[in-house]
Design a binder for this molecule. Structure first.
Ligand SMILES: Nc1ncnc2c1ncn2[C@@H]1O[C@H](COP(=O)(O)OP(=O)(O)O)[C@@H](O)[C@H]1O
Ligand SMILES: [Mg+2]
Length: 416
């Protein structure tokens, strides 16, 4: 019995059944059945206790590393198209975790080095979604960071090490778990070296940030200030080994395709001999001819490129892919609106033509699948404004004309 009684028999304030601390001395007291309570501090102690045995975690994790096939199948549920990318990533991730799970097993003294990943593909084609979905399937901590927010040590902005802090925090504060996580660094193409890329507007040198990233990406024991921000000489630091963290860097690398095309398609000795012109090649076909020098030319430093040996290319999403994205994935936009309007007893339908029109609008915007939600949201606003006032049992049909804003959606009363 955790609750003591006052002299008159009434119950006293609640206390933790484990350490006996009273409710007002702890941050949170969680109730179990029969007046049993546990405080936040005791939960923390129990949790650390459970996680203390690192080997045990490794064990359960080993048994559950999904095969490349399983990984790809999972990715297929959420990501449309990008088949090559999904395959390469599935193999890379499987190999990465296989290597971690067998740290001491060396075959013929061959030490397998970590293989981080570089993802190249236009905006809104699924780079972030791929990285996130992989982490979800693997049940490992995941952190995402935008490279443009990073600065060289000493500048105002985020220190490179704060990426690790994010990962630790997403691992519930357990740096052991964080050491097996996945970090996705977005917009890696925006930290190009100054001078190489004319569109560069940052005053902090991208090269310095790349140098900073280099260390944690290749594997080091980093010291992270527990509360983020600048390192303070007196503050204690969290140590974290980044050797087993999988780094996936992604970027659009605008113009890189043209650069490769100039070399391999338009060059007199290139394979323009096939008779195809540049725009007839898919991005992934062009990127098969990517050479590290192309990336150097783009402003990445060679050491950094060397740490990202696996290159994955994503294709532009065509109309068909966009159509599928609108209607097919588990959490497809259309399904979400249908479910939402079902609460108002309204049946929502889109004609095929309407779906085409949405896809075409997205193609014009050149933001890949990223703009789809906004497009649908905008056209659904009027419908969602009116529907709740009309009473239930209605049918709404979205046609191409509605998408192109030439008329309002038709609302039809359904037979009760
Ligand atoms: N291949 C795809 N399959 C399904 N949805 C996608 C795909 N690509 C993009 N999306 C949708 O567009 C949104 C933005 O994609 P994102 O992965 O952030 O693009 P980026 O390549 O710019 O990182 C995603 O949240 C998802 O809803
Ligand atoms: Mg992204």
């Amino acid at each position: 019995m955790a609750r003591l009684r006052n002299e008159d028999g009434s119950k006293k304030g609640k206390v933790c059944s484990w350490c006996g601390k009273a409710e007002d001395l702890v941050k949170k007291l969680i109730a179990g059945p029969d007046d049993v309570y546990i405080c936040d501090e005791c939960i923390e102690v129990c949790r650390n206790n459970l996680l203390a045995d690192d080997n045990q975690i490794t064990e359960s994790f080993t048994n559950s590393v999904p095969t490349p096939h399983e990984l790809k199948e999972f990715l297929d549920q959420y990501i449309i198209g990008q088949d090559d990318a999904k395959k390469i990533l599935s193999v890379a991730v499987y190999n990465h975790y296989k290597r971690i799970m067998n740290p001491k097993k060396q075959i013929d003294d061959v030490e397998i080095e970590k293989s981080n990943v570089l993802m190249i593909g236009p905006t809104g084609t699924g780079k972030t979604l791929l990285a996130k979905t992989l982490a979800k399937k693997l049940k490992v901590p995941f952190a995402m960071v935008d490279a443009t927010t990073l600065t060289e040590a000493g500048y105002v902005g985020e220190d490179v090490e704060n990426i690790l802090l994010k990962l630790i925090s997403n691992a519930g504060g357990n740096s052991g778990l964080a050491e097996r996580g996945i970090v996705y660094i977005d917009e890696i193409d925006k930290i190009a070296k100054k001078g190489e890329n004319v569109s560069l507007t940052r005053d902090v040198s991208g090269e310095g940030v790349q140098q900073g990233l280099l260390k944690i990406v290749e594997g080091t024991v980093a010291a992270v200030p527990p509360h983020g921000g600048r390192k303070h000489p007196n503050s204690e630091l969290i140590r974290i080994n980044t050797e087993n963290i999988l780094f996936i860097c992604g970027g659009a690398f605008v113009g890189l395709d043209k650069q490769i095309a100039r070399r391999v398609v338009e060059h007199p000795l290139g394979f323009g001999a096939e008779g195809k012109s540049t725009h007839e090649y898919k991005l992934s076909e062009l990127y098969q001819h990517l050479h590290p020098d192309d990336l150097v030319h783009f402003g990445l430093i060679p050491e950094f490129i060397g740490r990202l040996p696996i290159v994955v290319c994503l294709d532009e999403l065509d109309r068909d892919a966009l159509r599928k994205i609108i209607t097919e994935p588990k959490n497809a936009i259309v399904r979400q609106y249908q479910a939402s309007l079902a609460f108002d007893n309204v049946k929502l339908d889109f004609t095929d033509d309407a779906i085409d029109a949405i896809a075409d609008t997205a193609i014009k915007q050149k933001t890949g699948a990223r703009g789809l939600r906004a497009i649908v949201e905008r056209l659904m606003t009027d419908v969602m404004f009116d529907i709740p006032s009309l009473g239930g049992n209605n049918k709404v049909l979205i046609t191409r004309d509605v998408v192109e804003r030439r008329r309002n959606a038709e609302v039809e009363k359904m037979a009760a």
